[in-house]
Ligand binder design. Sequence first.
Ligand SMILES: NC(=O)c1ccc[n+]([C@@H]2O[C@H](COP(=O)([O-])OP(=O)(O)OC[C@H]3O[C@@H](n4cnc5c(N)ncnc54)[C@H](OP(=O)(O)O)[C@@H]3O)[C@@H](O)[C@H]2O)c1
Length: 354
Amino acid sequence: MKQVIVASAGSYDALKLEERATPQPGPGEVRVDVDAIGVNYADCLVRMGLYASAKVYVGWPITPGFEVAGHVGAVGEGVDFAVGTPVIALTRFGAYAEQLVVPARQVFRRPDVWTASEAAAFPVVNLTAWYALNELAPLRPSHHVLVHSAAGGVGGALVQMALNVGAHVVGVVGAGDKVAVVQSLAAGRPGRLDVVDKSAGDARALWTRLEALSPRGYDVVLDANGVETLGRSYSHLAPGGKLVVYGFHTMLPRAHERGFLRRWARIVLGFLRTPRFSPLAMTTENRSVLAFNLSFLFDDHELMARAMTELLAWRTAGLLSTPPVRTFPLAEVGEAHRALETGRTVGKLVLLTS
Ligand SMILES: NC(=O)c1ccc[n+]([C@@H]2O[C@H](COP(=O)([O-])OP(=O)(O)OC[C@H]3O[C@@H](n4cnc5c(N)ncnc54)[C@H](OP(=O)(O)O)[C@@H]3O)[C@@H](O)[C@H]2O)c1
């Protein structure tokens, strides 16, 4: 079976497709024969050697990827999945492969109506949004919510969940052609949605527009931009507001930005310029900063099972729609990473094994 191996940090050519023996499940494990693999921005960070949990749990060499859709290929002792059952599986790395073995608790029956691509696009973005809006910053219908990068994988999931609660959602996107993609998420949902294209003006114009849309500030801001917006995201919180930080992508070079020194200078400067928040100020200002990374939460089995059960029920009830999906053959994994790093994609990218 074929598996993507990254031997050490690098660019797209560091993603090598290699032949490996078929893995065998042990007790309590399932071998999934993979049809489709979800690509996440975090996978690019893993390849670049910038993803903390990859260093903690795996090191080099590493196979990136957190989510697959496929069929049960074999089961270990004590597992009651039938061989051939269509499933979705979560894994802490290792998903970029034709076959992988995971604990049975990370395998979920796949609803019959889903294609493999739709199913592989589902878990990570929705788990991320679910954790932010259920565990960290639960919403009320009266809330004003600001979602950065709203046309992306996680962004689209956040917008849908916040609209489902009935909140007023303001989604920011980085290009004019992304506006309609986000607007389409409002259909049939109780909340109000405004979409702002930040490429239409400079940062001052963006924040003036965001202030006009919620003059008392935002109750919740969801920010994976990092250095570019974190400071203003915090200062635009309403009293009692929460800033949820879950990524830092503006610190990183986009696909077209060349030059080793320039790319690293951007990362280092971004790190140095990232705001540090004072608990003394937060207390008097009644504002909170919350942050998380899902890949460190995989060991909380109760949490992951509860989240997946609720998300699959929402999906079955039609409360979550499938994002636009663009597919690539597994052998073109480098092109998928390059596309994601342009910052111009919408929805999800998925790798297909055949
Ligand atoms: N903490 C967690 O557990 C967790 C889990 C999943 C994802 N994440 C984070 O959530 C964010 C979104 O992930 P995703 O997989 O759903 O990706 P995505 O949103 O589909 O793609 C990333 C988006 O970020 C924006 N962007 C800004 N600067 C960028 C840069 N230098 N390179 C590429 N894109 C840039 C672009 O949108 P605009 O230009 O429209 O803003 C782009 O479309 C990432 O930062 C990721 O690391 C965190």
